[in-house]
Design a protein around this ligand. Structure first.
Ligand code: ADP
Ligand code: MG
Length: 300
């Protein structure tokens, strides 16, 4: 199959790639063209997934696609933005049609669910499978949820259970095709898009937890020049996770594991979410009672 046939068959489908009031040109030209509505700003973020680094090569291509798009949409959620479209750069060792069909079906599910159109991309052949997705979203001017405005006295919240993604990883590595509640959180994390939008005007700082709660909260501390005191007993852990490991291990996954894609945010007061601590003067996250070990995932 030739490159252009592949693009037409698996990516340029009306259920995956469409135009609307904002996207005036999608796949098929040299650039996608976006018409940003008055009073809105464009939010852009990119994530790259490399085989056997960010997902097992043998995993179901459907779930490689859902994971790739969901983790990228999570960055839009963290800004309070509304998804518009995404571009996809894919490097493939070969053009396997069954693989591509399943991969594009996974993209379709998430693109439809979050109304995020595939607007363009690049298709190349290379030694290993690499997927880069860039998402584009819009947010009312000046309203994007940043990391830099947390204040001493604010409370620290999370949007849901933490630790499932990291808790799933040993199972995913052992059997990339295992389907359990926990592995579903790894392959199809929930980007908290509506939740993020609901935090506009409420949260003083926000991010999505991708590399481990402590490490990610430290990003807010650094950007906002504050510290945080976290009560680890208040961190919500799922039943599914607690069935697979000890409470101590589950908490370690939650604090340092990453791959959660829940939101962590600060606010004076928020009726949503679970309060896990408070913003204090200082420069880093403190978790009383925990011996300092690693804080999260780092690539290098
Ligand atoms: P160019 O050579 O002008 O950069 P290409 O020949 O690479 O364009 O791509 C042709 C069209 O197909 C473009 O609109 C491009 O955005 C789109 N495209 C290529 N690869 C992908 C992909 N993996 N997903 C979505 N669209 C793609
Ligand atoms: Mg061109």
């Amino acid at each position: 199959m030739k490159e252009f046939e592949l693009i037409a068959r698996y990516f340029q489908q009306p259920t995956l790639s469409w135009c609307n009031e904002i996207i005036s040109t999608s796949i098929g030209d040299d650039c996608a063209v976006l018409n940003i509505p008055d009073g809105q700003e464009l939010c852009v973020s990119m994530d790259t997934l490399v085989e056997d680094v960010h997902f097992p090569k043998q995993a179901n291509p459907y779930y490689i696609a859902t994971r790739a798009l969901c983790v990228t949409l999570s960055d839009l959620a963290a800004m309070g933005a509304t998804p518009v479209g995404f571009t996809l750069a894919i490097t493939l060792p070969s053009a396997n049609e069954a693989w591509l069909k399943s991969f594009s079906d996974g993209l379709i599910e998430i693109a439809q669910q979050y109304q995020c159109s595939l607007m363009g991309g690049d298709t190349t052949k290379g030694p290993v499978l690499v997927i880069s997705i860039q998402v584009h979203g819009i947010v009312k001017k000046g309203c994007a949820l940043k990391r830099s405005d947390a204040c001493v006295g604010d409370k620290v919240y999370v949007s849901g259970n933490i630790g499932d993604g990291a808790g799933a990883l040993p199972f995913v590595l052992q059997d990339p095709c295992l389907q359990t509640e926990l592995t579903a959180r790894y392959y199809k994390p929930f980007p908290q898009v509506e939740y993020g939008q609901s935090l506009i005007g409420v949260a003083s700082a926000c991010l999505d937890i991708s590399d481990g709660l402590i490490q990610d909260l430290n990003h807010i501390c650094k950007s906002s020049s504050v510290g945080m005191m976290i009560d680890s007993r208040k961190i919500p852990l799922s039943e599914a996770l607690l069935q697979e490991c000890s409470k101590h291990q589950a908490l370690e996954y939650a604090l340092t594991g990453g791959d959660d894609y829940q939101l962590a945010y600060t606010a004076k007061h928020c009726v949503k979410g679970l309060c896990i601590g408070e913003v204090v003067s200082g420069s880093e996250v403190l978790v009383p009672g925990r011996e300092a070990k690693k804080n999260g995932f780092q690539h290098f």
